[in-house]
Design a protein around this ligand. Structure first.
Ligand SMILES: Cc1cc2nc3c(=O)[nH]c(=O)nc-3n(C[C@H](O)[C@H](O)[C@H](O)COP(=O)(O)OP(=O)(O)OC[C@H]3O[C@@H](n4cnc5c(N)ncnc54)[C@H](O)[C@@H]3O)c2cc1C
Length: 349
């Protein structure tokens, strides 16, 4: 209970951020674009019906006139469909037989002592990634002399509507082959990337309240979900994040999460836990505990909730049990099981 008090005190019902932040999310929504395209098609469909109705009501008996009208209406529909299709941005990652795309590393930013943000150029400047939420990409490189390539998944942190690039947030693990390779890359080099690797298909309001339990770089798929939810004004899902890290400097996407807390104080709550907290720390201390999760997560008996978990293997084991394979969620174990959540209420990234 003591943590709850501390965590709650960390909430700020601060004034909403400038409109520009909200606008950037809302106006770039692909939903808006889709509905625009649909409106075009519905309009053309209405024109067809109106045309047919006119001939029916006017009692025209000339088959030729009816055929001409039908032909014209069909052309209008085809034009509308072509126009709707061309208004969709081109997608870089199309999956299926596409294989690996060789993407140029454009820029590297040092985020903290062990994490870099890598910006990769998509093949064309006006392309979007084509990733749907939630999904990841695979990266590949072939170490000299090795039999097999190294392949690892990453979740881009750039918005799905951004054109021309994707950003990866990569933490370097000691002796980790892929993260070391990525950290050693310099702008101008190329990286093989493949996607999308589908994870949990999100739809607006799919759940009433979701809980995100993340450790370290496990925040990246959670942030992808948050973007999808808060970018879309029609999505009213509530989100509770519990984010565990070793030290304060390890907290990734801190500013982005703070913006969400400030902009949506009633719908987004975040609780931070540190293994090695500094003296001034008012959040949780040590590991993510059963007591904390019991206090802050939506209860298992609540209607239509979902708990997402992503983090290092040790944390996964403690919270939910690890996945068996990318396609097998494995048994639900650990704290979430003890608290009464069902396997259907939990998703392991
Ligand atoms: C769906 C998915 C999305 C991912 N997204 C990201 C991302 O956006 N950014 C990112 O940096 N990583 C992400 N990862 C982890 C990433 O795929 C690699 O596992 C990680 O970069 C280590 O790879 P490596 O080859 O350097 O080291 P490995 O040889 O794979 O591992 C080296 C050591 O680090 C440990 N380790 C591996 N992964 C983790 C982890 N996530 N947390 C703690 N310890 C770990 C291993 O147990 C091992 O001891 C994601 C993983 C999954 C499954």
């Amino acid at each position: 209970m003591s943590f709850f008090v501390l965590g709650r005190s960390a909430f700020r019902a601060a004034a909403p951020l400038q409109r520009s932040f909200i606008r950037c999310y809302a106006t770039e929504s692909t939903e808006t674009k889709k509905s625009g395209s649909n409106a075009l098609l519905y309009g053309a469909g209405a024109a067809v019906l109106a045309g047919a109705g006119y001939y029916f009501l006017s009692g025209s008996s000339t088959t030729a006139a009816v055929e001409r009208a039908a032909q014209k209406a069909e052309e209008t529909l085809k034009q509308a469909a072509a126009s709707a299709a061309s208004s969709e941005p081109k997608k870089a990652f199309t999956g299926g037989e596409q294989g690996w795309l060789s993407l140029k590393l454009e820029d590297v930013e040092l985020v903290n002592h062990n994490t870099k943000r890598l910006r990769l150029r998509l093949p064309e400047d006006d392309m979007v990634s084509g990733l749907h939420v939630a999904s990841a990409v695979l990266t590949k490189y072939h170490p000299i002399g090795a039999d097999k390539p190294v392949i690892r998944p990453y979740t881009p942190i750039s918005d799905e509507t951004e054109k021309g690039y994707i950003d990866l947030l990569v933490k370097k693990y000691p002796n980790g082959p892929m993260s070391t390779y990525l950290h050693d890359m310099v702008p101008g080099q190329r990286l093989d990337v493949k996607g999308p690797i589908p994870k949990y298909p999100w739809e607006p309001n799919k759940h009433k309240h979701i809980a995100l339990v993340a450790g370290g770089t496990g925040i990246t798929p959670m942030y992808q979900l948050c973007r999808a939810i808060f970018n879309n004004p029609d999505d009213q899902t509530k989100v509770t994040l519990v984010f565990g890290n070793i030290s304060e400097e390890d907290i990734l996407l801190k500013n982005e999460l703070a913006k969400l807390e400030n902009t949506y104080p009633r719908r987004f709550r975040a609780f931070y836990v540190l293994d090695n907290p500094p003296a001034h720390w008012t959040g949780g201390k040590g590991y993510i505990t059963k007591e904390l999760l019991k206090t802050v997560l939506p209860e298992p008996k609540e209607e239509n909730i979902k708990v997402f978990v992503c983090g290092p293997p040790g944390m996964m084991e403690l919270i939910s049990g690890n996945k068996k394979s990318p396609k097998d969620q494995g048994e639900l174990k650990g704290i979430l099981k003890e608290l009464g959540y069902s396997p259907e209420q939990v998703y392991k990234f």
